[in-house]
Design a protein around this ligand. Structure first.
Ligand SMILES: C[S@@+](CC[C@H](N)C(=O)[O-])C[C@H]1O[C@@H](n2cnc3c(N)ncnc32)[C@H](O)[C@@H]1O
Length: 326
């Protein structure tokens, strides 16, 4: 990777947030791996997963499930009389998880007016998603940078909302499973929505017997190590200084990824010195696996009413359609 200063990639606020997480939790928040070259790494991962057409991969499971359910999702929105749709895609990646939605709308509701509004922490992924949806389907809208950890985004959705357009919020690709405070994040969504808006979430489910396979798929893949190194590299820490380890945390039902330095590595962050200490693991990734009960409970406690809860054939993936409860 060409040497680029961290200051060109991360704002001072973002660097302070990184420093806080490193000092207090020994954690490099996952969200920072999607910046700069990390966005290209993510796009390559997404592409290779979709091209491999691996039926066990979550991108494919979600795509198949969404293709099956998309018409009933829009039947729900149409029940409010909406014929035009505002798609608000949070954690958009390259936008490809939304393709079944736009394919359905273009074919089955050709007269519908559509808008596509991605929201993401990564400006590079916002640009990629907007471009893909505009080129692929001729649909565009507004893009907004926002960090879900900071709070709700009602100030953004207020201006995105259009008269006579039904709002569908998306949080796809099991992104919720990577978030440090999932319950709070769902509350942020609910607070950003109006009463007749809909929210569609994709999440991975737990199959205890699959844990070993899942771990080895994260552990051995070079491209996963590459993307996880993104923020470390921007901070000047070379990849050859780190080993990568994945474990399954039974208590939290989550897969965890750690970078382990093989020597002390001093870096500058937010104008301060910070040292990655030899052999001290830095958590850089988590991915929670839900049971259906746990996932439904999160929605209910966050103040949602669940309209549809559907799972893939072997119960590995779930799509949940919900609305703010009255
Ligand atoms: C695992 S990727 C999933 C992308 C896409 N939904 C997909 O399924 O391919 C996570 C996405 O969420 C974004 N993201 C992660 N943490 C975020 C946060 N705290 N606030 C806003 N966006 C975040 C990343 O930049 C990235 O686009």
């Amino acid at each position: 990777m060409a040497v680029v200063s961290a200051d060109r990639i991360y704002s001072l606020e973002e660097q302070k947030d990184m420093l806080y997480n490193l000092e207090h939790y020994h954690e490099m928040p996952t969200k920072y791996m999607y910046f700069g070259i990390g966005s290209k790494r993510w796009i390559n991962i997404t592409r290779s997963r979709l091209e491999a057409n691996a039926s066990k991969d979550i991108h494919i499971l979600e795509r198949v499930l969404l293709t099956q359910k998309v018409s009933s999702i829009f039947d729900s929105l149409s029940a409010y009389g909406y014929k035009n749709y505002n798609i608000i895609d949070f954690g958009c990646g390259d936008g490809s998880p939304t393709y079944p939605i736009f394919q359905y709308l273009k074919t089955n509701r050709p007269n519908a007016k559509l808008r596509y509004n991605p929201i993401d922490i990564s400006t590079d992924l916002l640009a990629a998603a907007s471009k893909n949806i505009k080129e692929g389907f001729g649909v565009f809208g507004e893009r907004n940078k926002w960090d879900l950890d900071i709070g709700n985004f009602a100030h953004i959705t207020k201006k995105l909302s259009k008269p006579k357009m039904g709002d569908l919020y998306l949080f796809l690709g099991a992104t919720l499973c990577n978030m440090p405070d999932m319950q709070q994040d769902l509350v942020h969504f609910r607070e950003s929505m109006e009463q007749d808006d809909y929210f569609l979430l994709g999440a991975e489910l737990l199959k205890e017997r699959d844990v070993a396979t899942i771990i080895s798929s994260y552990y051995n893949v070079r491209e996963i190590f590459d993307i996880m190194m993104t923020a470390f590299e921007y901070l000047g820490a070379r990849r050859s200084y780190f080993a990568y380890r994945t474990t399954f945390n039974k208590e939290k039902a989550q897969i965890e990824g750690y970078m382990i330095p093989d020597k002390d590595i001093r870096i500058k962050l937010a104008g301060k010195d910070y040292t990655f200490e030899k052999d001290a693991p830095v958590m850089c990734f988590r991915s929670v696996r839900f049971t259906t009960e746990r996932l439904a409970g999160l929605f209910e406690r966050a103040g949602f009413r669940i309209e549809m809860f559907t799972t893939s054939r072997e119960n590995k993936y779930a799509l949940v359609l919900a609305q703010p409860a009255i």
